[in-house]
Design a protein around this ligand. Structure first.
Ligand SMILES: *Cc1c(COP(=O)(O)O)cnc(C)c1O
Length: 403
């Protein structure tokens, strides 16, 4: 049965008559098992495709699944009222301790942390300036960045009304600093691409008394990164809440200097007349972020790593016998630094390119998302799989490659 060929209306009709037909739908068995007690699965009711995530923490694929204890904390929080700013204070204080930072706040994703962190640096705690943003007239409004560190997410930094000043060498950076310099920005994923590494960058900021911010959104694990950057001298460090930490997708972390975190808070929700009011964080995200972070920090990192390697090896073992098959476990040095299975085969002998295989996996039952690479290989991310799903991925991959 090709589920994807059914149109939505017939799907809804089918559901109305046969509420139990969920078993036919392409989805992970574990996702189905989580439903009980008559709770509605609205995603399925609406006929929206679900799948096993062997692609990784892509926002457009909903990235990660929140672990049950964090989810339970969010559900409990959702049934009570509390003063939001007091919860913000308390959660921030606890997260600061956990991450060995001076201060911390939960933002609406890493992108939001980039924007409100920058707003805090530019406008500070001055109410008139906070109201004036993103108009930065009369404020320091230049952010220095290495050319190779420009990226789509720095749109969030620019949201605060600043202008990016691109440099390449340390000498260029030092001579670019002047009275209008508000901040220096670093993208950790580009640490190997620029001439200035993260440690030297932080030192240059200190030397010239310019606040530094680092975007390390996708660089957990390793867990030590939570404190590595502030310890290296960055004034602000940013992480995504819903990638490696598996917290709420709509949460992120802004860690660092107390005065700048406070300024970031003032430039954001719930303060109505602020730049960050558009990225609201409520109690559910705050407590979910905290519990997920505790779980992330306290887990047995070696055992989890071993489990990821085992998953890769199991999936690889299913593909034995495919013409020209080559599998290799690789760990990206920066960004998503966890074991991934790279799969190569003889495209002509098998008669399928990685793109073809990814499409077949997506449209199969259960649906599986993987990312084909331009280099002609398929990359299987195992860290967002639920227990047992590696075997399903291995079996389906071998079926598609052998058929
Ligand atoms: C994913 C990512 C972001 C955005 O993170 P969200 O939590 O989805 O807002 C920002 N910067 C980098 C480098 C990222 O990889």
């Amino acid at each position: 049965m090709n589920w994807l060929k059914l149109d939505r209306r017939s799907l809804l009709r089918g559901l109305a008559v046969l509420p139990g037909m969920g078993v036919l739908m392409p989805s992970s068995a574990s996702a189905a098992a989580r439903l009980g007690g008559g709770r509605r699965n609205v995603i399925r009711e609406l006929g929206v495709r679900t799948f096993i995530n062997a692609a990784g923490t892509y926002t457009s694929l909903t990235a990660s699944l929140i672990p049950r204890p964090a989810w339970d904390a969010m559900t409990v929080a959702s049934t009570t009222f509390c003063p939001l700013q007091e919860l913000h204070d308390a959660v921030g204080k606890r997260i600061a301790e956990l991450t060995k930072s001076e201060a911390a706040l939960v933002s609406a994703g890493a992108a939001s942390a980039l924007a409100i962190g920058t707003a805090g640096v530019v406008a500070g705690t001055d109410r008139d300036k906070i109201r004036q943003l993103p108009d930065t007239r009369g404020m320091k409004n230049e952010v220095i960045v290495q050319k190779s560190h420009r990226n789509g997410y720095d749109h969030a930094v620019r949201n605060a009304g600043i202008r990016m000043i691109e440099v390449e060498t340390a000498a260029e950076l030092e001579s670019a600093i002047h009275s209008r310099t508000a901040m220096m920005f670093f993208l950790y994923a580009a640490n190997n691409r620029g001439q200035i590494g993260y440690e030297e960058f932080a030192k240059l900021g200190k030397k010239h008394n310019v606040p530094t911010m680092i975007d390390a959104a996708a660089d957990l694990p390793p867990v030590e990164n939570l404190w590595k950057f502030t310890q290296a001298g960055f004034d602000l460090a940013i992480f995504s809440g819903g990638k490696g930490i598996k917290g709420p997708q709509s949460a992120g972390l802004l860690l660092g200097r107390k005065d700048l975190i406070e300024a970031g808070r003032m430039n954001s929700s719930p303060n109505s007349d602020s730049l960050g009011r558009i990225s609201k964080v409520n109690k559910e995200e705050m407590v979910g972020m905290l519990v997920a972070l505790e779980m992330f920090i306290n887990r047995d990192h070696k055992a989890v790593w071993k489990d990821w390697e085992n998953r890769c090896n199991r999936i690889a073992s299913y593909t034995r016998g495919v013409k020209g098959i080559k599998t290799e476990i690789k760990v990206p040095e920066l960004s998503n630094g966890v074991p991934h299975l790279h799969v190569n085969w003889d495209h002509e002998a098998v008669g399928k390119t990685p793109k073809d295989v990814a499409k077949e996996l997506r449209e199969g039952n259960p649906g599986i998302e993987v990312r084909p690479r331009a280099e002609g290989e398929l990359v299987v991310a195992v860290w967002m799989l639920e227990p047992g799903e590696d075997r399903i991925v291995g079996r389906r991959l071998s079926q598609v490659l052998k058929s």
